[in-house]
Design a protein around this ligand. Structure first.
Ligand SMILES: [Zn+2]
Length: 504
């Protein structure tokens, strides 16, 4: 598998870099920064964690900017001290969108690529800021060595703030062709937004009622790369709200991700969709590695452990998290008292799941120790709510999905120039929508781990329930295996008929 590269930064860092690199006199400028790597299964992202502005004499502005070896040395030592690498950034004041490297750009970066890598152990990252639209381009000097060192261009650069802004390298990640199926979608936000949103890699963690609905709607909106992660198997009690799953899926002991892939494929509108599934938990190292390949994550799980992992990744790896859920409150008589659904974007600049009271850190170790699945613990806990055991109804969980998709739209498309609205809560009984005024705790360890990347708080480990579920999916009887095989053939025949009938 060819590894791709990317660069990410917060809007705060982006604004500070623009202040320095875009000069009033219209000349190019330059500075250095420190990054930390975030290593996914197939992508490495450089997360910019600190800016090192030049001291007097370390760079000269004279039409084309030049810099000294001492500046590279100072930046390399500062980066090495925090386990990071060096970024060298300069501006093309009149530039627009992704920038190609000029000859002098290439020579300047190449001449210091080996030095920076030798001191930090990490490749030099070069970046260009286009002055006209403040978009970035980036390359990692990680090909070859010595005289032959060469740069590999990144796929994209993302800036996470009230909106998630990406600049794309059209050569490596070409804009998808418009299809007739997407005409009405494109007419809502224009071809540029569509070309951007369609290329973002989106992960949906949890393929239950809310996660499945979100995944299918992303596929129908033309998003090309959607991954769904879940280790659960479809069971009979899921059928009242897992829209698309059937009794046959229960009988054939199918993983929820199988159903998600099937329903996404049936509803896809992109010309070349590539949907993936993972039967891991985000709490397992393999699951985390999958997540690090994505630009955006939907959290559709209610257990404390996976929520803690995703909460950490939102800050440490600058991968925006859209979280939400529904709580249903019943009267002692068993009738409906109220239902509340919430949604929020979790990312630098916004309170984390602990600070917005959506994750109780005391329950994370109970989940890790398996106590939330332990009948003895559940009995001893009396009527304390056990996470994941909550009630849900198909006519209501769609509202939780809708609320999260509305957060996604605000974060991604910035309607009217507004980004994500902050934490929202909707009360069903009185039909009131509230903007919740949560703020960050001054000592929040999650938010303090911003751009730490591979030095993030280690929360993954063995996940006995996920392991057990996967084993059950493998250990099916010969009869079930035969039925699965027959059903797959029927599905293939149906796809073939669709193709022949001209329904791609
Ligand atoms: Zn926090």
């Amino acid at each position: 598998m060819t590894r791709s590269t990317s660069v990410a930064m917060t809007a705060t860092i982006h604004d500070q870099l623009c202040d320095h690199l875009l000069r009033d006199d219209g000349q190019e400028d330059l500075c250095m920064a420190i990054y930390r790597p975030s290593t996914g299964r197939s992508r490495t992202t450089a997360l910019i964690s600190a800016i090192l502005l030049p001291n007097v004499g370390e760079r000269t502005v004279h039409g084309n900017v030049t810099f000294t070896g001492d500046y590279v040395l100072r930046a390399s030592e500062a980066a090495a001290a925090v386990g990071g690498g060096v970024v060298v950034l300069h501006s093309h004041p009149g530039g627009h969108r992704w920038q190609a490297m000029s000859g002098p750009d290439r020579d300047a970066e190449r001449s210091y690529a080996n030095l920076a890598r030798e001191i930090t152990g990490l490749p030099l990252v070069g970046m260009t800021l286009a002055g006209s639209d403040r978009s970035w381009s980036a390359r990692h000097w990680d090909q070859g060595a010595g005289q032959d060192v060469e740069a590999a261009h990144a796929n994209n650069v993302r800036v996470i703030g009230p909106t998630l802004a990406l600049t794309w390298n059209d050569e490596l990640a070409p804009p998808p062709p418009a299809t007739a199926r997407l005409r009405r979608t494109v007419s809502c936000w224009g071809p540029e937004t569509q070309a951007d949103l369609a290329r973002r890699r989106v992960l949906v963690v949890g393929a239950g009622s809310v996660g499945l609905d979100i995944a299918v709607r992303l596929a129908a909106s033309g998003v090309e790369s959607v991954t769904v992660m879940d280790f659960d198997t479809v069971e009979e009690h899921n059928l009242d709200r897992l829209i698309g799953a059937t009794g046959r899926d229960v009988a054939l002991r199918r993983p929820k991700t199988y159903v998600a892939h099937r329903e996404m494929s049936r509803n896809a509108t992109a010309a070349d969709p590539h949907f993936e599934v993972s039967n891991h938990s985000i709490c397992e190292p393999e699951g985390l590695a999958v997540a690090l390949d994505h630009d955006l994550v939907f959290c559709c799980v209610d257990r404390p452990w996976p929520r803690a992992v995703l909460n950490s990744v939102a800050y440490s790896d600058l991968i925006a998290l859209i979280d939400g859920g529904i709580a249903i409150d019943t009267m002692p008589s068993g009738t409906l008292r109220n239902a509340t659904w919430r949604s929020h974007v979790v990312a630098p600049g916004r309170p984390c799941l602990v600070c917005n009271h959506q994750l109780d850190p005391a329950r994370v170790p109970l989940d890790i120790d398996g106590l939330l699945d332990d009948p003895a613990y559940i009995a001893a806990a009396g009527n304390r709510q056990i996470d994941g055991a909550g009630q849900n109804v198909a006519v209501m969980c769609v509202s939780a999905a809708a609320s999260m998709l509305a957060q996604y739209t605000s974060l991604s498309a910035g309607p009217g120039g507004f980004g994500d609205p902050g934490p929202l809560q909707y009360l069903l009984s009185t039909h009131e929508l509230a903007h919740l005024d949560h703020t960050t705790s001054p000592h929040c360890p999650y938010e303090a781990s911003e751009a730490h990347g591979d030095l993030r708080i280690e929360l993954t480990g063995e996940h006995a329930t996920a392991e057990h579920q996967r084993q059950l999916q493998v250990d099916v009887s010969t009869r079930v295996r035969l039925l699965q095989w027959l059903d797959d053939r029927v599905s293939s025949a149906e796809s073939w008929i669709d193709r022949v009938a001209g329904r791609p």
